[in-house]
Ligand binder design. Sequence first.
Ligand SMILES: C[S@@+](CC[C@H](N)C(=O)[O-])C[C@H]1O[C@@H](n2cnc3c(N)ncnc32)[C@H](O)[C@@H]1O
Length: 242
Amino acid sequence: MGRVFVLVHGVVSYIVVLAVFAYFAGFVAGVCVPKTIDDGPVGPWPRALMIDLALLGGFALQHSVMARPWFKRMWTVFVPESAERSTYVLLASLQLALTMWVWHPLPTPIWQLGDGLLAAIVHGLAAIGWGLVLVSTFAVDHFHLFGLRQAVGHWLGRPAREPEFRVRGPYRLVRHPLMLGFLLAFWAAPTMSVGHLAFALAMTLYVLVALELEERDLRAQHGAHYDGYRARIPRLNPFARR
Ligand SMILES: C[S@@+](CC[C@H](N)C(=O)[O-])C[C@H]1O[C@@H](n2cnc3c(N)ncnc32)[C@H](O)[C@@H]1O
């Protein structure tokens, strides 16, 4: 595939990922975006819940399958390696955008903390969660994770290598800081509606399954090195004793 095409595809995908990701943060936190997790016409709750869970299931399935090494081997027969990651993150972002667009709210509150100090602390925890997600992408390899490094490398005639296994920054505290950041951001809600709770529960389940699959791949890839890391560093809880 043409170098310029791969480059443009990589840059466009990266911009789409950042835009969808920024919207997603506002959608979950309920700030700064036209449609949040609790906005929209309210219909019968069983229908809304079924639609929302189907949307999240579709997102989880796509994400889990496309991230597996066997799937990558299979579809790089059609998609060049240099565009593989960009295509994956682009499709995942579009699926996430669809989920937010079609999302049916279930706004009945489970808890409401109002505007006091406690609500401010919970907002702060969510902000820490989003910050942790961003920092973690740089601690692994931000530009490789979102496919831009591969696209630029291909354009320059220097194919990007697979990123090294890294134990730095938040990866010294937990093995999955990025997912820990997401969980913090999903659960730290000053107002928790039924819809938000269903979202947080479903995504937590997805994260736990996704981590099992990812660790299986990482052990196959890095063997004893990963086993040693696994023995030393807790999975998600930085306070857990090892
Ligand atoms: C979306 S990132 C999430 C990483 C991790 N599960 C987390 O929550 O921080 C997924 C990619 O990061 C890679 N990865 C996971 N841990 C890593 C580490 N310590 N160093 C480099 N890459 C890592 C995985 O192989 C996978 O390709």
